[in-house]
Design a protein around this ligand. Structure first.
Ligand code: MG
Ligand code: ZN
Length: 386
């Protein structure tokens, strides 16, 4: 009797083990959709910028901890060499558009962005940049204008989509407007968003209250470079995910941009380019720390294009590089994409910049949509090649 009981118990344990193994195998075959997606964009960050930062940092970057890497083609619909507006609209809407376009198709129709889709679906949303928040890259996730130069027009879109967390420069486009006498900060405050007093110079002096959307402007116009004392990007990267997690139980979408890698390379300033790269990598470290602990967050890091045609030449001593810039503008070279978390494996190989959007949207089970009077569906295939 006892022997039979033991045999029975062994059988039970064995069969429950089989069930566990079976379940795990089943899960491994089906990608678990991420609850949160964090998209990090290094503006102008080609492989040479990444490599220069890595060797300047003792042959080490947080980027190296990402298990999946791929490459993306960056051309726009109008030029083989994209600008940041068309580059960011490819990520936010999944369509190739013309250089200068902010959240509109090549036919100048508004395309619903992944951030707007997230907000409509009840997720929390955030934008962080080291440029003005109305600059091409962040603007393409929330605004719809025909030209990136319409900064005051772009600012008005921040009243239409309830952003939960905003950190960036460009306060003057909200409260010192030339085209009208509106004070968008007052209007945002009335709507319930917490807009920081610009006199509060340091993000670290603020504790965002998750009961309200949080807005902190880092500068009137464009924030200073790292050498000018600008140091808020890693801190914002640390604050935002915890804050956004408290804002919605459904999850969140966050876009964070290292904006000035591009500007340093336009200026052909190698030292500054490395500083900006390492500032961005420090932010990546904070995001990765959150994602590792959370387990439900997909992190995708990429660039809109390379800037400067950067060549890395042997300097004095091992790991010391001479940075040579071949142009003061962007180049057509493919740029890297790195991914971590649920769904990360989808981002390996050679992709198009528009694929970044399609893969994120499909992981969340969303169908593409174009808004506006003459709504059209964007076709995956033509959007990738037109
Ligand atoms: Mg940018
Ligand atoms: Zn640029």
């Amino acid at each position: 009797m006892i022997k039979r009981l033991i045999a029975c118990c062994i059988l039970l344990v064995f069969s429950s083990l089989l069930t566990v193994v079976g379940k795990n195998t089943h899960n491994a075959n089906n990608t678990k959709p991420p609850k949160n997606i964090i998209l990090l964009i290094g503006d102008g960050m080609g492989l040479a910028q990444v490599t220069a930062g890595m060797y300047a940092n003792g042959n080490q970057l947080n980027l190296e901890r990402f298990p999946v890497a791929g490459m993306i083609k960056t051309h726009s619909s109008s030029h083989v060499i994209t600008d940041s507006a068309a580059g960011a609209t490819a990520f936010s809407c999944g369509c190739k558009t013309y250089n200068g376009a902010i959240g509109v198709t090549k036919d100048k129709k508004n395309c619903l962005t992944i951030l707007e889709q997230a907000e409509k679906s009840g997720l929390a949303t955030g934008l962080i940049s080291t440029s003005s928040i109305t600059h091409a890259t962040p603007a393409s996730f929330i605004a719809h204008v025909n030209s990136r130069t319409e900064m005051e027009g772009i600012a008005e879109f921040f009243l239409q989509t309830e952003l939960d967390f905003l950190v960036g420069g460009g306060l003057e486009y909200f409260n010192n407007r030339k085209k009208d006498q509106r004070n968008l900060c007052t209007e945002l405050t009335k709507k319930g968003s917490f807009v920081s007093d610009f006199q509060v110079k340091n993000l670290k002096d603020l504790t965002p209250n998750p009961q309200k959307p949080f807005i902190w402007f880092s500068a009137l116009g464009e924030p200073d470079s790292v050498s000018g004392g600008r140091d808020y990007l890693p801190l914002a990267a640390k604050m935002a995910p915890d804050f956004l997690k408290k804002r919605s139980e459904k999850g969140f979408f966050l876009m964070l941009e290292g904006s000035q890698i591009d500007w340093a390379c336009h200026a052909k300033n190698g030292t500054r380019a490395v500083d900006e790269m390492l500032d961005f990598d420090a932010a990546i470290g904070e995001i990765l720390r959150f994602a590792e602990a959370d387990g439900n967050t997909l992190v995708v890091i990429t660039a809109d294009h390379e800037t400067g045609g950067l060549a890395l030449e042997q300097g004095e001593g091992f790991e010391v590089l001479d940075l040579e810039f071949n142009t003061g503008y962007h180049t057509a070279t493919m740029v890297p994409v790195f991914a971590f978390g649920p769904g990360a494996e989808q981002f390996g190989g050679v992709l198009d910049n528009t694929d970044i959007y399609w893969k994120m949207a499909k992981l969340w089970g969303w169908v593409p949509e174009v808004t506006g009077a003459a709504a059209v569906q964007i076709d995956t295939k033509t959007s990738k090649r037109n």
